[in-house]
Design a protein around this ligand. Structure first.
Ligand SMILES: NC(=O)c1ccc[n+]([C@@H]2O[C@H](COP(=O)([O-])OP(=O)(O)OC[C@H]3O[C@@H](n4cnc5c(N)ncnc54)[C@H](OP(=O)(O)O)[C@@H]3O)[C@@H](O)[C@H]2O)c1
Length: 282
């Protein structure tokens, strides 16, 4: 059995989480309860997913104490003024039926990219939620290196940057942002870790999987979680996929296998909306 946690600033974070985008209603409630029952301890949601109430109900249904679950939600980019951060997060907590989230993320920087004052005001509102006990840790998502540097520089020592969530899978190398996470000791969470299903069809991943008696999906998740500082949040609407994705802690990839998967990187970004930041800014 290999490690199932990443230690970030003294906090143990379960490195495999359940992504919940496009999972709503009863399927979401039952999926979250099932995941926690099977051993997941990390759930990822967002205001934009319109499923926070379902996620909260799933956590309440599961035979797992709230404090044993690492729960992340995200503030949508239309809610980034300080007043909207406070109000919308309070609404998230009500829907999630909890007093706190473990991690609150800026979902997308949008207009904060290029408006340093606005970024500072948004971060100050996050720090106020941390001080009030509503948010254990502060993080960001879809940030460029420039935005990450501005964030690290602005946040106070008592509420430092804890996590950056970004797209990461074998077809999208993320060396620069990963290096930044390691240099500044925060978690790097890989979203769309299975390249939204495309990883399953790759010959290299399949043949490595054959050697270990694992699927291409399990090899992909193992490759991510075997990297320092990295966690992953595959979405799995089906119970069999949720269970399969837990099967990544009983084998390890060799250095050559890790390198072969790194070599698949070809800059394929699947999520790149009009309000995305200038990714390459340093
Ligand atoms: N911060 C952001 O801006 C952002 C953006 C995108 C995503 N995210 C987060 O990241 C999560 C995951 O990303 P994603 O949903 O885009 O894509 P993903 O996790 O890469 O892929 C999900 C797809 O893979 C399938 N799958 C899962 N496990 C499998 C397995 N063991 N074998 C075969 N197929 C499997 C799922 O099928 P079934 O559902 O049918 O089981 C689903 O079709 C999201 O749910 C969300 O929480 C965050």
């Amino acid at each position: 059995m290999t490690d199932t946690i990443q230690n970030i600033r003294g906090r143990a974070v379960p490195m495999l989480g359940l992504g919940t985008y496009k999972l709503t209603g009863q399927a979401c409630r039952e999926g979250v309860a099932h995941a926690l029952t099977m051993g997941y301890r990390h759930i990822d949601t967002a205001q934009m997913y319109k499923n926070e109430a379902d996620v909260g109900a799933g956590i309440a249904d599961a035979p797992v104490a709230r404090e044993d679950v690492f729960l992340t939600t995200k503030v949508w980019h239309t809610n980034l003024s300080p007043e909207d951060v406070r109000r919308s997060t309070e609404e998230s907590l009500q829907r999630l039926d909890t007093d706190y989230v473990d991690l609150l993320l800026i979902h997308w920087p949008a207009h904060l990219d290029g408006d340093h004052d606005a970024l500072r005001s948004t971060l100050d509102a996050f720090v106020a939620l941390h001080e009030a006990g509503h948010v254990r840790h502060i993080g960001v998502s879809n940030f460029s290196i420039r935005l990450l540097n501005q964030t690290v520089d602005h946040l106070p020592a008592e509420a430092p940057l804890f996590a950056h969530q970004a797209e990461y899978h074998p077809f999208l190398a993320q060396e620069a942002v990963l290096r930044h996470a390691r240099e500044h000791d925060y978690l790097f969470t890989a979203y769309s870790p299975l390249a939204q299903g495309d990883a399953l069809r790759n010959d290299t991943l399949q043949s490595i999987g054959d050697r270990h008696g694992k699927t291409a999906a399990q090899v992909t998740l193992r490759w991510l979680l075997q990297q320092p500082q990295v966690s992953a949040i595959p979405k799995a609407g089906s119970a069999s996929h949720r269970i399969a994705n837990l099967g990544v802690f009983d084998f390890a990839l060799s250095d050559d296998e890790m390198t072969a998967i790194h070599n698949l990187g070809r800059g394929e970004r699947r999520i790149d909306p009009a309000f995305a930041p200038a990714w390459s800014t340093t």
